[in-house]
Design a binder for this molecule. Sequence first.
Ligand code: HEC
Ligand code: HEC
Ligand code: HEC
Ligand code: HEC
Ligand code: HEC
Ligand code: HEC
Ligand code: HEC
Length: 292
Amino acid sequence: MGKNKVRLMFMIAITITVVLLIAPPGFAEDLLQKSARINEACLRCHGAQGLKTKFDGKTVSLWVDEEKYKNSMHGTMPCIYCHTNITDYPHNNALTGAALTAQVNSECRRCHKDMTAVYVKGIHSRINPEKGRQNAYCSDCHGIHNIYKKEVAAATINHNQVPHTCAKCHEEIMHEYELDFHAKSVLLGGKEAASCVSCHGSHDILGPEEKTSMVSKENTPKTCAKCHLYPLENFANGKMHYSLEPTGDGAVSFWTLIFFTWLTIGTVGFVMVLMLIELRRKWINASKPDSH
Ligand code: HEC
Ligand code: HEC
Ligand code: HEC
Ligand code: HEC
Ligand code: HEC
Ligand code: HEC
Ligand code: HEC
């Protein structure tokens, strides 16, 4: 090593030491530690299960499950990256209800620009005229302090959890989906069959009457073909969601079910009657004195 290089390194070491000595305490503390300290302060109050407040006459829990939060995707992030309005205690700018939901979700969009670009094309980003809010916010599908990658079994967006997540708002469809062969597998933990998202997408979801929707007349065959390599003709033409009722879209399935149920009961009944006659014959024969 040349003399000049040694001198240079010595100078750098001195400079760093001097900066560390004169810097305010905590300067060298790495960001993670800082974040942990902030969160510790917040959790001193919000880590307590009993912490509550009143809003609109309703009691709202202010408890954050520390264990879940620390294991979540944002577990090492300072709380205030999402709760940007909280700057002091007592909180002068604490938000509640719809205002809190809207504020935090605007923070999701600030950091996740790619997903947001897709989300704004979908039906869930549109303002619901009845509720005066977006049809579904990020946090409606992803959760709050329990946001995980989809590979995590407990994630609200996990393949096997998704139907329950969508069902919070689409309960009727869920009942219909439960009758579907795909659901029979997915709800029991199967990974291959279609969950809601396999057919509808996740952020760019649109209703069947919109051309670019994955479930429009034009696109449905392509959507099924992701998994069914050689769809039969008309395979994708049937109604996907229906309820088993004597009239309407489910009528054919309903009467088919009734027919086969009674056919089965009839057949089994008939065979049992035959067996009883046969048994009676055998019993009579066996009770004859000359039998073995
Ligand atoms: C000394 C206890 C205490 C500390 C420390 C504290 N909070 Fe709070 N927080 C509360 C209370 C009590 C409320 C209820 C509203 C109020 O009184 O301002 C609240 C409300 C909130 C709310 C709004 C919830 C709602 O429905 O209004 C958020 C978000 C929040 N706190 C986040 C934080 C964050 C982030 C930190 C750390 C930077 C923090 N809090 C530190 C006690 C605390
Ligand atoms: C990834 C973003 C994110 C982070 C990070 C985050 N929160 Fe939240 N927080 C939310 C969302 C979303 C809500 C729900 C808003 C609503 O009510 O719709 C929420 C709500 C709250 C509430 C109100 C009570 C409730 O559960 O509705 C409190 C209190 C709170 N958070 C505290 C904290 C604390 C303390 C931390 C750090 C340990 C933290 N948050 C970190 C997103 C976040
Ligand atoms: C300050 C920036 C920031 C904010 C605000 C934020 N996130 Fe994140 N989010 C991240 C980072 C960083 C990761 C980790 C990325 C990684 O490790 O792959 C992440 C991870 C995620 C993941 C998992 C991604 C994956 O790879 O599977 C989801 C889902 C997610 N965030 C949703 C949300 C939602 C919903 C909100 C609002 C409630 C939110 N985020 C708010 C920065 C942020
Ligand atoms: C209608 C429900 C829904 C809404 C609303 C929603 N997401 Fe998602 N998001 C999902 C699902 C489901 C997945 C998993 C996709 C998959 O299985 O391929 C996902 C995946 C993600 C991922 C991980 C991407 C990856 O594949 O690694 C991020 C990040 C994310 N969403 C952020 C957001 C943000 C930010 C918003 C709001 C602007 C949002 N999401 C709104 C359902 C939703
Ligand atoms: C195998 C593919 C598939 C799966 C799985 C699926 N859908 Fe659908 N969905 C469709 C198709 C195709 C349509 C178009 C209308 C039809 O055929 O019923 C549709 C229509 C819809 C509609 C709008 C029309 C209506 O009937 O109200 C909603 C909402 C919907 N699905 C939600 C869901 C939810 C929620 C789940 C999961 C619980 C789900 N879907 C699972 C394919 C699917
Ligand atoms: C927070 C509630 C909420 C959640 C969660 C939610 N949705 Fe929706 N969804 C809505 C609302 C509200 C509409 C608009 C209904 C309308 O315009 O008729 C909608 C519309 C739709 C439509 C179009 C319906 C049509 O007839 O045009 C489909 C498809 C759909 N959602 C599927 C899903 C799927 C799949 C999931 C889960 C990944 C999901 N939704 C999660 C509230 C939600
Ligand atoms: C994510 C992959 C996937 C998608 C997308 C998908 N399916 Fe399936 N489907 C499956 C699997 C796997 C099975 C076998 C389920 C079982 O019996 O466990 C199946 C079974 C079926 C069956 C029962 C008969 C059979 O072949 O076993 C029908 C009918 C069917 N799917 C129709 C559709 C239609 C129509 C669509 C499009 C609207 C569709 N599927 C989309 C994976 C998928």
